[in-house]
Design a protein around this ligand. Structure first.
Ligand code: BV8
Length: 255
C-alpha cells in the first residue's frame, strides 16, 4: 500500500466503491467504540481488569464459575443497552441504502448496526442480549426470555425453565464453532465482493478475520478503517487511518 494523505485515501476509496458491483463490510468492536462500548481487548476495565476476555469468553470458564461469567456478560449487556449507534454505524446504513446489495458481516455481539438501520446483518459471534440453555435441551439454540424468570441473582445465572441447567449468553465462545449459515454466507460474500471495507477490527480472531484474506485472494480491493494498525493493514489497498465515526461519514461525503 502506497502512503497517501487521508484526502487521497478517501477519494480512492470512493472511486472503488462507486465502481463496485458487490460491497462487503467486516466490522469488529472498534465500530462500536464511539458508542461507548469498550473494544473486546478492552472489555475488561475496573473490577474486571484482572481477567483476560479470551479466558472468560469460553465454555470452560462458564462451567468453572457460571456466576463470574454470567456477571461479566450482565455488566457488558448493561453497557450495550446504554449505547446508541454512532455516526459510523449510521454511515454504513446509509451506504447500504445507496448500494442495496451491500452486506455487513459483523464480529460484534451488540445490535447497533440494526439499530442504525442496516439490514440483513451477518452476525458471526451471536447476540449478547439473548440467553439460551447451556445444554441446548430443546435444540440449538434453546433461547429463553430471561425477563420472564425470577431467580436469586446473587446465586448466578437463571435456570433453564425446561431442564434447570444454567442459562448462558447466546454468543460464540472461543473454542466453539460459528453458526454454520452465517459463516457460509460470509464466505460466499468474501468470495464475490469486489470491495471489502474492514472496519474496527484487530484482525486476530479466526475464522472471522480470514474474510479479508479470502476477499483479497478473490480480487477484492481491501479498504481498512482503523485509527491503528491491525493484522489486516498489510493486506489493505487503502487505509483510512482514523476512527470509523469520523472516517465513514467523510467517505459518504465524497461518494
Ligand atoms: C473456532 C463473542 C473452531 C464472545 C467472540 C484453541 C481452540 C479452539 C479454537 C482456537 C484455539 N486457538 C485459536 C483458536 C481459534 C480462535 C481464535 O481465533 N483465537 C484467536 C484469539 C487466536 N477462534 C475460535 O475459537 C472461534 N471458533 O475457531 O472454532 C472449532 C472447530 C471445531 C470444533 C471446535 C472449535 C470462535 C471465535 C469467536 C470468539 N467470540 N465474541 C464475546 O464477545 O464475549 S470474538 C471477540 O473478539 C468479539 O466478538 C470481537 O469482535 C472479536 C474480535 O475482536 P475485534 O472485534 O477485532 O476487537 P479488538 O478489541 O480485538 O480490536 C478492536 C479494533 O478496533 C482495534 O484494531 C482498534 O485499533 C480498533 N478501533 C479502536 N477504536 C476505533 C477502532 N476502529 C475504528 N474506529 C474506532 N473509533
Amino acid at each position: 500500500m502506497q502512503p497517501m494523505t487521508t484526502e487521497t485515501a478517501l477519494q480512492q476509496a470512493a472511486a472503488h466503491i462507486r465502481a463496485a458491483k458487490q460491497i462487503a463490510v467486516l466490522t469488529g468492536a472498534g465500530v462500536s467504540k464511539e458508542s461507548g462500548v469498550p473494544t473486546f481487548r478492552n472489555a475488561l476495565d475496573g473490577l474486571w481488569s484482572r481477567y483476560d476476555p479470551q479466558q472468560l469468553a469460553t465454555e470452560a470458564a462458564f462451567m468453572r464459575d457460571p456466576k463470574l461469567v454470567w456477571d461479566w456478560y450482565e455488566y457488558r449487556r448493561g453497557m450495550v443497552r446504554q449505547a446508541q449507534p454512532n455516526p459510523g454505524h449510521v454511515a454504513l446504513a446509509e451506504l447500504q441504502r445507496r448500494y442495496p446489495t451491500l452486506r455487513i458481516i459483523t464480529q460484534n455481539v451488540d445490535d447497533l448496526h440494526e439499530q442504525a438501520g442496516s439490514t440483513d446483518v451477518i452476525r458471526l459471534h451471536g447476540n449478547i442480549a439473548a440467553s439460551k440453555c447451556s445444554r441446548h435441551c430443546q435444540g440449538s439454540p434453546t433461547l429463553v426470555d430471561v425477563s420472564q424468570i425470577t431467580w436469586e441473582h446473587e446465586k448466578g445465572p437463571p435456570p433453564c425453565p425446561h431442564c434447570g441447567s444454567p442459562l448462558r449468553p447466546d454468543v460464540v465462545w472461543f473454542g466453539e464453532v460459528l453458526p454454520h449459515e452465517q459463516l457460509s454466507r460470509a464466505v460466499i460474500l468474501a468470495q464475490i465482493a469486489d470491495v471489502m471495507l474492514v472496519v474496527g477490527t484487530s484482525g486476530v480472531v479466526m475464522p472471522a478475520a480470514e474474510m479479508p484474506h479470502l476477499a483479497k485472494r478473490n480480487g477484492a480491493v481491501i479498504i481498512e478503517v482503523n485509527p491503528g494498525t491491525s493484522e489486516i493493514t498489510a493486506l489493505a489497498d487503502i487505509w483510512l487511518n482514523g476512527p470509523s465515526g469520523e472516517m465513514l461519514p467523510r467517505l459518504l461525503e465524497v461518494l
